[in-house]
Write a protein that binds this ligand. Structure first.
Ligand code: GRF
Length: 192
């Protein structure tokens, strides 16, 4: 069974959806490690509850980004991690991890990329007044939300849509699409 690490910085609802999918058997993978850059993030509690080891460290406590990533890399190797799954990890992945995990790092973004890259993609879509937005799963490269696309799903924006209601709809799609896409990736089959 493939061993994956999830990187997250916040609430971790996608972390939870992935862990639940492994428990249900719809995702045949082992979540071997959580990597988190915020001590107080809710995702850290989720990992604890699920008995998943976590590595929580702030980059500020290292002299450089590459030293921070080397510390992460050591943990990944210790846990024999094969894939890195970003789920609300609010940092760019640097050269150290990109080189070690080439073609094995994926991210989920709450827009139909290449539209609305970067922070608050949901707010950006509302601001732009578009009728359709969605979710994209993609490979990670050195850019922000720029790697090759693996899967996309549309979400309609209603007349009365608020940031909160749209976020809810998008996350509901993410929680199904992400585990499903990871499963397809790990088994080398069709991605959607
Ligand atoms: C998700 O909407 C994901 O698309 C984005 O960050 C959010 C993380 O949410 N990259 P959560 O922490 O998984 O609830």
């Amino acid at each position: 069974m493939s061993r994956i690490a999830i990187f997250a910085s916040g609430s971790g609802s996608n972390f939870q959806a992935i862990v639940d999918a492994t428990k249900a058997g719809t995702l045949q993978a082992k979540v071997s490690l959580l990597v988190c850059d915020k001590q107080e993030a809710k995702v850290v509690d989720r990992a604890k509850k699920a008995s998943i080891p976590s590595f929580v460290a702030t980059p500020q406590s290292f002299h450089s980004k590459s030293l921070y990533e080397e510390a992460i890399l050591e943990k990944l190797q210790e846990h024999q991690v094969e894939w890195i799954i970003l789920a609300g990890y609010m940092r760019l992945i640097g050269e150290t991890l990109l080189r070690a995990y080439e073609g094995k790092i994926v991210n989920i973004h709450p827009s139909l990329l290449p539209a609305f890259q970067g922070k608050d993609a949901i707010g950006q879509a509302l601001q732009a007044g578009v009728k359709e937005t969605g979710v994209t799963v993609h490979f990670v490269d050195e850019g922000m939300d720029t790697g090759p696309i693996i899967a996309k799903e549309q979400v309609h924006i209603d007349e009365q849509e608020t940031h909160e209601s749209l976020q809810k709809k998008i996350q509901a799609v993410e929680h199904v699409l992400y585990p499903k896409t990871i499963q397809a990736l790990l088994t080398g089959g069709n991605h959607t």
